[in-house]
Design a protein. Sequence first.
Length: 513
Amino acid sequence: MKGQLSKTQNPLVFWTLISCLSLSYIAVSVQALDHQGNEFSGAPRKLAGTTTLAQCLAVGGARTAFPGTTAYTNARSVFNLANQYAPAAFVFPTTVVQVQNALQCSKQFGIGIVPRGGGHSYEDYSLGGRNGVLVVDMTGFTSISYNEAAQTATIGSGWRLGPLYLALWNLGKVTIPAGDCPTVGVAGISLGGGWGFTSRKFGVVSDNILEAQVVIANGTLVTANAQQNSDLYFALRGAGATSFGIVTQFTFRVHDVSGPITRFDYSWTNKAQQFQAFKAFQIWGVNAVPEISASFYMDPFGNSNIEGVYLGPQTSLPPLIKTFVANIPTPASSDTVQTDWITLVVHNAGFPDGSNPTTVLSNPTPPTRTFKAKSIYVNPPGLSDAGINAMINAMRQDSNDNAYFIFDLYGATSNINKVATSATAFVHRTSLFSIQMVAYWNQNVGQKNADLTFISNYWNAVCPFATAEAYQNYIDNAEPLSAYFGSNLNTLTRIKLKWDPKNVFNFPQGIPM
Ligand SMILES: Cc1cc2nc3c(=O)[nH]c(=O)nc-3n(C[C@H](O)[C@H](O)[C@H](O)COP(=O)(O)OP(=O)(O)OC[C@H]3O[C@@H](n4cnc5c(N)ncnc54)[C@H](O)[C@@H]3O)c2cc1C
Ligand SMILES: *[C@@H]1O[C@H](CO)[C@@H](O)[C@H](O)[C@H]1NC(C)=O
């Protein structure tokens, strides 16, 4: 399959491993690789009279899509077109029994199985991460109920963020602290953590999972929460993508966002200002109040900006960003607007201001791109001056400028970092920010190799100034699992062994046993 980057094929990527991460990390990585593509099951009972996968899935009665059909071609379109894996089939269940049927059929025919939410996996793991897998598309799971007294919402796992924000707003002017892209699936983002524009106040999305219903490897539907199956509950909150089962339903703690919300934006277009603007972001970010979530953006063209969301009225904002404003170079433009939550969601999703929320958020069309991304976490107080210079210099080596870099603020003053690293599988609790690095070539396949090298070089340049951690929701097949799960990895492998001893739910970066 073209387009796959692997450690053995790409010496640059291998070099990054040995130069930046300790030897124990490499050992864990190799162990992970050993567990790829394992057996799927023992000798499962055959569904009576079914001799083909299609017949077996027909017993469940869910819609399917097989190769050679338009439905299959459409279903293969996911956010990242870089790895066009060819699944054995897609199945679109709407009931738990149909999910269980799909699992049974994958065992009967000896093929892999992966669930899919919004289809935004950076490595296309919801297409299997290899060819020939049965993809269980969960987008038909869109039940929702809201418990006002408890401030919880119980939702099917197939929601995308835009429709979910709209539904939660309409039910009770509440939300979960997820990101701004309306087509991202709630399942993928929350099972891997989930940083969003209210996360510094309300935690990562996974911190808000109170309960999940999961079809586990033996086909049983189980409940995972703090009391029941608490080990599985631990694993799902940060390491839940694929490895432990198919989540059919979540109960989230939700948060009141009925009050005034203020967004702010400062932009620069001059390359010479990038260093100072970024430095101001770090200095301010160390002490930023949790009511403000913000991210910084930078690209090789010379653009930089900060986008912030403050859970409060505009009149209260100035003292809270004073340190930032005092240290920035003169912006090309800036904007501060008091708004309400759903108007903000529409704005941050990139729709024109004034759009009708119901019209634009109800059923947004998933975009596509062809790209490679990597990530790394940086601890307080941020990058040293030498680190910022190394980073900016690496950014400027891009040959076609189709790259961008996003710095999502965490920090000791945020509620993200107040949760212990061992409390859930989401381990990243000490950093000041994550860096997401993206190079995209889209149709220009001739650019691809240069982009892969460029993004690796950028990562290498930042690495000496950063941590060994990376963000699992920006999943990158060059990272060892220790970067994603750190000190929780051993616990996770024990939980995996208990719940999925035959590695039914495996993918190239799945939790090993
Ligand atoms: C445009 C864009 C914007 C983004 N913005 C943000 C952001 O603001 N903040 C942030 O934190 N992240 C962000 N991300 C990253 C995003 O969180 C991850 O890509 C996430 O995995 C996407 O979830 P999904 O359901 O759309 O993807 P999918 O590809 O459907 O799933 C991702 C992984 O989860 C597994 N999975 C899906 N459904 C289930 C299920 N029901 N049970 C068990 N496993 C399941 C899949 O098998 C796969 O391994 C963004 C990504 C994109 C492409
Ligand atoms: C499936 O596994 C769960 C959890 O270990 C167990 O409680 C249940 O009895 C198992 N069911 C079957 C059918 O093996």
